[in-house]
Design a protein around this ligand. Sequence first.
Ligand SMILES: Cc1cc2nc3c(=O)[nH]c(=O)nc-3n(C[C@H](O)[C@H](O)[C@H](O)COP(=O)(O)O)c2cc1C
Length: 208
Amino acid sequence: MKRILVAYATMAGSTGDVAQAVGEEIARSGLQVDVLPLGGVKGLEAYDGVVLGGPMIMGWHRAALGFLRKHREAFRRIPLAVFVMGMSLTQTGETSVGGVPVYVDEKLPKPPEKEGRLNFRERYARLSNYVQPILRATRPVKPVTIGVFGGRLEYGRLKWWAVLFVMLIIQAPAGDRRNWTAIRSWAAGLPAEFQLEAPVADGLAQVA
Ligand SMILES: Cc1cc2nc3c(=O)[nH]c(=O)nc-3n(C[C@H](O)[C@H](O)[C@H](O)COP(=O)(O)O)c2cc1C
């Protein structure tokens, strides 16, 4: 049976629940799925596809970027999908970055204050600014798809410097903005993106 790894990095825990939901959707296609924090991943040899998720923490989570760099060679063989959690995204209408299709949770982006002239915060929170470091980390391989979703922010769990950054740059109110419908719908498409669709569906197609 084909086996998929859903690995995740997290700072405050909420990306782990998202990885779990992504894993559940993939498993519906009859694929075997392991959902693991990055520290629990021993190697990629056993896998036919990898999904890597992580939050924006002043740039995409460092450990997630490090994981991509470390396994760059393996991704020549194993298809890769990536998801990014965040609380701030500037609405620019971009649907792909560097030739990689990006699925954006429609509830996340906010239009710029002045159309056509982005301020510092809005430039920082552009899709391309978030995604380009991910593409650099996997080059020359490209992820088959990248999903960008609203996350969860709880000020009470943060150190003072994190509160300062979030208040000044992210300017997002505390709360849970995870859009489970968008997350699950993106995840349900991954077996097809990996070209590993369920054997049951193949069988039905043959019968028909
Ligand atoms: C220190 C810090 C920096 C953050 N930086 C960004 C950011 O640059 N862009 C963004 O959209 N969200 C940012 N966020 C919001 C997180 O990405 C969001 O809360 C995420 O869901 C946290 O996931 P976790 O619970 O798995 O750690 C930041 C949050 C913190 C605490």
